[in-house]
Structure formats: structure tokens, C-alpha cells
Write a protein that binds this ligand. Sequence first.
Ligand SMILES: [Zn+2]
Ligand SMILES: [Zn+2]
Ligand SMILES: [Zn+2]
Ligand SMILES: [Zn+2]
Length: 489
Amino acid sequence: MQEYSEKLEDIYDEKLGRHLVASLSIEPGETLLEEQPLLVAPHWECDRLKCAQCLQESYVICRRCQVYPLCMDCSEHDAFECEFFASGAGSGIGKDLLIKNYGICALLKLLLLLEQPDQRAQCQILLERPVKLEDYRNEDGVWQEHEEQVVRPIMDSGLAEALPDQQLTSDALHAHCIRIDCSAYEVTARDGDTLKGVYVRGANLPHSCVPNTVVALDEQFNLKLYAAVPLESGQVIFTSYANPLMGTSQRQHQLRMTRHMECACVRCLDPTELGTHMSSMKCRDCSDGYAVCDLRGTGNWRCLDVSCGAVIPAADVHELLAEVGGALVDAKGELSVYESLLAQNKQLLHPNHFLLLDIKQNIASILRAAALMNSLNDPCKKLLARRVELCGDLLPICRAVIPGISKLYAIALFEYLLSFVELTELQFSEGDVDKKGYAAQLKRAQSVAKEALDLLQFEPENSAEGFLTERIAMELERIESDLMKYGKH
Ligand SMILES: [Zn+2]
Ligand SMILES: [Zn+2]
Ligand SMILES: [Zn+2]
Ligand SMILES: [Zn+2]
């Protein structure tokens, strides 16, 4: 099922291929597209059996078809898939095909969907997506992974002979794998594992690192796309497939690897990354200058202070980033290592640099986990204050990189709110602030909670964000009841 807003038009051009544009003005929060996934399946590298029905861990094999895994709670799965193997159509196919290579599941699902006349139209949209195999062939990684984990096991299984109409060749299967990868969002299963959800429309939108829409996914993996900002007639509908908390060259690398595309959005073309300076370096020559990448010229970093103009060679920057990136991997959750990485690199990078943000987020999450376990007793206030500061540092950056309705910003506000309220309550109970001061802090917490709720109001109830909304609403209720108590003068 796919439903479009009437305010959208489906058009084609050379540059973007088939895409959607607004045909009337659209308000933030307005639903643009609702779509059920064509299929949901584990990632190619999945090495565990998952229930064909609910995708949780599986323990038994379907008695009817003797091929698909099921869990304790599910007694049946897709009738067509079951019948296909039960009827003997796939009798030449080894029984351990799925047991040995559960990663093939996504492609197997697509091949069986293609056998069903009522599913063909949906699949067709996916198959129309042009794939230049030459761009992918001989590429280490992706091609190799598809070949070993999916294409060869299926070709060796004899499935091609069981589906003669599809005229399956290795190349055809590779093209299917690429289309599946390029039309998928990562979705979260009930057991917390991530899966691939394929959406022929909603995951085929053109990319911008500054998207004008939000993708919401509920527990049944239904997708809802809504406007993040006001849209005018003629504007192209964009989504983002890149991590907004990475710097430009890292996002572009990610997009090249996963989607074979070069992004030329406003953020990618702006050396300051929308004024956030997420890839800027501290100048080595002057005391308060920052150097940004000369994107259109040499690719080196140059100090923005015109009277200085000192240059940092790109190679030096990349070397430093690789070094810090490696150190982050090696840090393995060790608080002191992150703290010393932060202290060292503060001297070299802009305070908003994405690597510093990464280090800060690691520290904040360690402090949060420690607070939950109550393992930090005495210097509690100091550590809580540190967490508030770290969460606070992230807020303006999250606000700047995703304009309008932003889940990223809402989640950052929530993290900040939790630590802020905890600190405030502790300060009050220990007499560090008086009633008036406490009430003022609560007022601030109230406005943070309201801002977060406002940003999450278009998310479905039965989704991770829906549950987060409930959690924030509870927090707000508590804050407001304390405000009633202490806020009157
Ligand atoms: Zn199940
Ligand atoms: Zn079955
Ligand atoms: Zn971009
Ligand atoms: Zn300088």
C-alpha cells in the first residue's frame, strides 16, 4: 500500500530520475506519503535464524514447508512463501539454504514477491530503478559481500530453475541486491536488532544532507513521511541517508559507499557547514582563527581570518582525523581515555568539530549509565553538571544541522532535560539553591520539555519516538507539579 498526499506530483528529470515535488504549499507536519514496506528482512551478513513471521530469534522450522524458521509464538508465516516450498516447487533447493545463509532472506523474499501477480506492480517500481552494474563490479566490500552471502548461495541452490520466468542470472541477482540496499531504511525489530526495511517510494527519494522531510517508522514498520519545514509549490521532496552529526567529507564518503552518489546540498557546498564549523580546525598561526576547507580549490584548510590566511594541508587534517578516529575505536568505553582525547584535541579542532562531539557523546553516555547504576556516589553533583554541560553543547549543533521539525534535536533536548532535572533536584535537596532559584530552573526544564514534545507531535504513537513522547510528557507533569508547589511567591 502506498498513499500520497494530493499536494505532491510525481515527475521525472535527467538529474534526479523519478522524484516528487510539492504542487501546492505544504505546512510542517503535513503527511506526504504513507507506505507499508515491500519487505523487511535481516541484513545480508545476518548469521542467526530469525522467525519468518515476526523476525525475532527463531527456534524451530516451519513444519509445513520445512524451510522457513519460526519462533515459539508464531505458527505460520507468509502463505505464498510457505506454499511455494511446501508444494515442492522449490524441491531442488537444499533444505539448509536458509539455515546456512539466512542473509539471503531479503532477496529470496523479493524473488517470491515477483512470482505473485498482485505484488508485481509494487516490485516493478523497485525494478525500474536503474542500476549500472559496472559502477559496482570489482568493488571490494559491497560486491564481494553480495556475491558470497547472497548471489552464490542462491545460484548454487537451484532456485533459478524453480523460477524460470524470471530468467535469473548472477548479474540480475546482483542488481536486485543493489536495488534492495538503495531502497532500504534501517528499522528496529522488537528485540532491538536492526533490520532492513525496503520501501519502494519512501526510501527512493533524492538525498540532501539538509532534508525537508522527516521519516517516521512505527512498530509494524509502516513508514510515514511528513514535511519538516514549510514547502512551496515546485520544491523537490528530499530525505537524508547520511548521519547529520558527521563532517562533510565523512558524510560524502558514507553516501558514496552506500548510495553511489555525490551530494551537492547547501551544507556540502558550505565550508562552515551551515555555520556549525563541524569540520573546522583551529588555526595553527593565529590564536583565535579557525581554518575551513577550501572546497572548490586546493582542498586544503585555510584560516578564515584574512589578515592571517594560514594554510593547513589537507593531508595533515586527514591524518589527524584518522588518528583520532582510531583512538576512539580503541577507547572502548574507558572514561579517562575519552577525557584525555577531548583535552588533547580541543587544542587542534573547532569546539563544534564532529570528532569532539563524538567524544563528548561517549562521555555523556558513560556518565548516564553510571548514574543509572548509581555507581558514582559522592562526586555526583560534579559529574551531573558535566553531563548537563556536554548535552548542552550538542543542542545548538543539532538545531542547526536539521532545520524545522527534527527528531535529532528532540532527542538531544530529551537527554539534556534528564540530566538538567536530575542536577537541579539534587542542588535543591542539598540546599545549594533556594525555592526561588529552584522554581526558575524548573521553568527552564518546562520549556525544554515542551519544545521536545512539540517536535515529536507528528510521530506515530506506536513507535520509539511515540514512547519517548510519553516519557517526556511524564517528566513534564512532574516538573509542573513541582512548579505548582515551589513556583508561587
Ligand atoms: Zn515469530
Ligand atoms: Zn512454512
Ligand atoms: Zn550534502
Ligand atoms: Zn589564522
